[in-house]
Design a protein around this ligand. Structure first.
Ligand code: FAS
Ligand code: PHB
Length: 389
């Protein structure tokens, strides 16, 4: 089989890239190791930056997002029983859209299927060949049958545990990592959200986040030890702990109900450099991971796709390699700013085992400065709604 761009991974990165390329008549094949239902069953991100909203519009996949997504002009931050609002729209002129990654991915699948896009599911043994030549290829098996794709470029959109990053020789790769000493226990419940905007909560018992998917589907998180498993937490225990971590008036309003999904995500900051090796380009979680505190994971994958899509477009339409040659440097400049914001916001809101009494005083002082200072809120708002591409 021949194609112009072989894309490994049918998560949001791979699907968005494939759809954008298709809209410019550039052919791609997407290889996915799981089934479509498995990919759609993963509950992940919930907040879309303005850049990702614009990309979904450019991909022709924004109708349901605009119809069902919720525009949020700000967010709440609480510590103890103090709660204050950061006004994104007022400070930056830009809101965010709350619309689950699952739904965004569903929209992208629908668009690729409608366009007759080639997606191969349950592939195995994916191997990238000749990435450092002008004639790369990808081999794989489906139901034991060996397949091979000859292509011009390979987009590694296969997430943190994929094969793409490891295809870049260790002598070329530089990796940066911080593993956080806690995880996030997440619950999805068919209950009305406790507040119409998100609540990021710092409490002496640990971090909590009150989020949502729609007016009758809520998403809640609490910081938990890495040694915990979802089965260690009954629904009642989860709700009781969440109530202890959010302001009393919010706890009193909280509508609880059975969890329809319960999972624990470990938290890490991770970046690999460079994001390009020959004709192989890494995108999204294949190249970088952030703690979900700043809602940057999916959104930083989006900016990678923006840079790579425009670079490939220029290559095929104008014969210019400038965009693909500058991809890694440009993507990493924005990625490191998202890493910093996600690390900062995580440091502000979580309890760390090794924190001293002085460290806790610093955390509260920083929260009070954020509450009282418009420049501090401006900086947070600009990062949260998404720095320019
Ligand atoms: P993905 O990991 O989504 O997709 C990669 C795809 O490649 C997968 O479908 C995988 O099956 C496939 N693949 C892997 N290896 C392959 C191979 N060898 N061959 C073929 N296919 C292969 N971000 C937020 O902003 N907010 C959140 O709350 C949030 N929560 C998260 C919770 C968890 C548990 C995780 C893991 C991530 C979370 N994220 C969150 C980040 C998440 O949203 C990612 O940023 C987003 O999924 C990135 O999309 P992709 O780069 O497409 O990677
Ligand atoms: C979510 O709704 O899943 C969500 C929202 C904001 C975050 C992280 C997760 O920072």
């Amino acid at each position: 089989m021949k194609t112009q761009v072989a894309i490994i991974g049918a998560g949001p990165s791979g699907l968005l890239l494939s759809q954008l390329l298709h809209r410019r008549g550039i052919d791609s094949v997407v290889l996915e190791r799981k089934t479509k239902d498995y990919v759609l069953g993963r509950i992940r991100a919930g907040v879309l930056e303005r850049g990702l909203v614009a990309l979904m519009e450019e991909a022709g996949c924004a109708d349901r997002m605009h119809a069902e997504g919720h525009v949020h002009d700000g967010t709440m931050v609480s510590f103890g029983d103090t709660m204050f609002r950061v006004d994104f729209a007022g400070l930056t002129g830009t809101p965010v859209i709350v619309y689950g990654q699952t739904e965004l991915t569903r929209d992208l699948y629908a668009a690729r299927e409608k366009a007759g896009g080639k997606i191969e599911y349950q592939v195995e043994d994916v191997t990238i060949h000749g990435a450092d030549t002008d004639a790369p290829a990808v081999s794989y098996t489906v139901d034991g049958a060996a397949r091979r794709i000859e292509c011009d470029f390979v987009a590694g959109c296969d997430g943190f545990h994929g094969v793409s990053r490891k295809t870049i020789p260790e002598t070329v790769r530089r990796e940066y990592e911080k593993v956080y000493p806690f995880g996030w226990l997440g619950v999805l419940s068919e209950t009305p959200p406790v507040h119409h905007e998100l609540i990021y909560a710092n409490s002496p018992r640990g971090f909590a986040l009150c989020s949502m998917r729609n007016e009758n589907l809520s998403r809640y998180y609490i910081q938990c030890p890495l040694t915990d498993a979802p089965g260690d937490w009954s629904d009642d225990d989860f709700w009781a702990e969440l109530k202890r971590r959010i302001p009393a008036d919010m706890a009193d309003k909280l509508v609880t109900g059975p969890s329809i999904e319960k999972s624990i995500a470990p938290l890490r900051s991770f970046v690999t450099e460079p994001m390009r090796w020959g004709r192989l380009f890494l995108c999204g979680d294949a190249a970088h991971i952030v703690p979900p505190t700043g809602a940057k994971g999916l959104n930083t994958a989006a900016s990678d796709i923006h840079y790579l899509y425009n670079g490939l477009r220029a290559f095929y339409e104008d014969g210019s390699a400038q965009g693909i040659d500058s991809y890694s440097e440009k993507a990493l400049k924005r990625i490191w700013k998202a890493e910093r914001f996600s690390w900062w916001f995580s440091s502000l809101l979580h309890r760390y085992p090794e924190q001293t009494a002085f460290d806790l005083k610093m955390q509260i002082a920083e929260l009070e400065f954020l509450r009282d200072n418009s420049a501090a809120q401006q900086a947070m708002a600009e990062n949260y709604v998404g720095l320019p591409y």
